[in-house]
Design a protein around this ligand. Structure first.
Ligand SMILES: *Cc1c(COP(=O)(O)O)cnc(C)c1O
Length: 361
């Protein structure tokens, strides 16, 4: 039995959230932490006040990037119930990243319970306005202070919580995406499937270049031939063709999104013709020219659904659906955010309630 130690700091002042909330700017009072070493496994389970972290300058992850993270959300319903969206799937994916990076796996049930405890302690931090949420950032890193390229022996796992604002405070606006073929984010059989820091470092230059040209994000092509579309920034991508909703199949270079998985499920449930397959940029451009591309949208925990209004590749500027949000993207956004906020009942059992009472030991 893993017992969590509680070191709870009582707040003196009221919680004041900044306006606008933004993303990942502020953090709640407490974190969950645990440590790993090869002889004892995971140990020192604790919910404690958030504080600065002091590590040795030789700490392995700083040098060789042996680290991973997850990103999910908790939502507050009108009646004040708090729910998590598919936390089990997120922790399973965390374990998949861990195996690829030679890091220890976690017990999915235990960390889910620990997360529920933490969220219920920090319940007052969950913002109340439409579209706002508590962003949950579990992460793990190699801790040994040794400058050798090999897997670390000891690890730290932390869950950090951050109240975040609505992604579309002014309504559901389409984004402009630049197709990138000068750089790639990840390659098949590399680490593209893992939420690991290096992938995001690899994406920064192209993202900055896109931003300078007035584009929100980058559409990545496959790492081998730069022929097939893979994903957008930190979102998976879907194309609504005339007779089919298609998304790139998971070939190893793409992050397998939980929102992607949920959207595939919902679309099948709606009786639509959904496929996971290779989609070449050529096909996308050719079919756009024939008027067969009805919509393009991204899926991910941060934005949930993001409608794409423009795709630019070299000198080609493709305006999708007159730059207006696609109908399907809109319907999916309303469905998923409706489930999150409790306006729509969740028919799939994806929402996991956080218990109200906490036994403080
Ligand atoms: C997190 C992430 C996604 C979306 O995954 P979700 O589980 O839906 O949030 C897509 N692509 C990348 C690169 C990501 O990091």
């Amino acid at each position: 039995m893993n017992t969590i130690k509680y070191e709870i700091k009582t707040r003196t002042g009221e919680i004041r959230l900044p306006e606008p909330l933004g993303f990942g700017q502020i953090f709640t009072d407490h974190v969950f932490e645990m440590d790993y070493n090869p002889s004892k496994g995971w140990q020192n389970f604790i919910i404690k006040p958030l504080s600065e972290m002091s590590v040795h300058p030789a700490t392995m992850f700083i040098h060789y990037g042996q680290a991973l993270f997850e990103g999910m959300k908790a939502f507050r319903h009108k009646n004040n119930d708090v729910v998590l969206f598919r936390p089990d799937k997120h922790f399973v994916r965390l374990n998949n990243s861990a195996r690829r990076l030679c890091m220890p796996e976690v017990d999915v049930n235990f960390v889910t319970e620990a997360l529920k405890e933490l969220v219920s302690i920090e319940k007052e931090w969950i913002p109340r306005k439409e579209g706002e949420a508590l962003y949950i950032r579990p992460f793990m890193f190699g801790l040994d202070p040794v400058l050798g390229v090999k897997p670390a022996q000891s690890y730290k796992f932390i869950i950090l919580l951050s109240p975040v604002g609505a992604y579309y405070p002014e309504g559901f606006k389409p984004v402009k995406i630049l197709v990138q073929d000068d750089y790639v984010r990840a390659v098949r059989k590399g680490m593209g499937e893992c939420k690991t820091p290096g992938n995001y470092a690899a994406s920064l230059l192209a993202s900055e270049m896109a931003r300078k040209q007035g584009y929100t994000q980058v559409l990545w092509l496959d790492g081998v031939e730069q022929k097939y579309i893979e994903e957008v920034g930190t979102m998976n991508i879907f194309i609504t063709f005339k007779d089919e909703v298609a998304t790139p199949k998971l070939t190893g270079g793409i992050l397998p999104g939980i929102t992607r998985m949920s959207v595939l499920h919902i679309l099948k449930d709606w009786g639509m013709n959904v496929t996971e397959r290779l989609i070449s940029l050529d096909e996308l451009v050719t079919r756009f020219d024939k008027g067969e591309v009805e919509g393009v949208f991204g899926t991910g925990t941060a934005a949930i659904i993001s409608s794409v209004g423009e795709l630019k590749y070299k000198d080609r500027q493709m305006i999708i659906n007159k730059g207006e949000p696609g109908q399907l993207a809109h319907k999916l956004f309303d469905t998923l955010t409706g489930m999150h906020s409790g306006k729509i009942t969740d028919p799939y059992g994806w929402l996991v309630p956080v218990q109200q009472e906490v036994a403080v030991s």
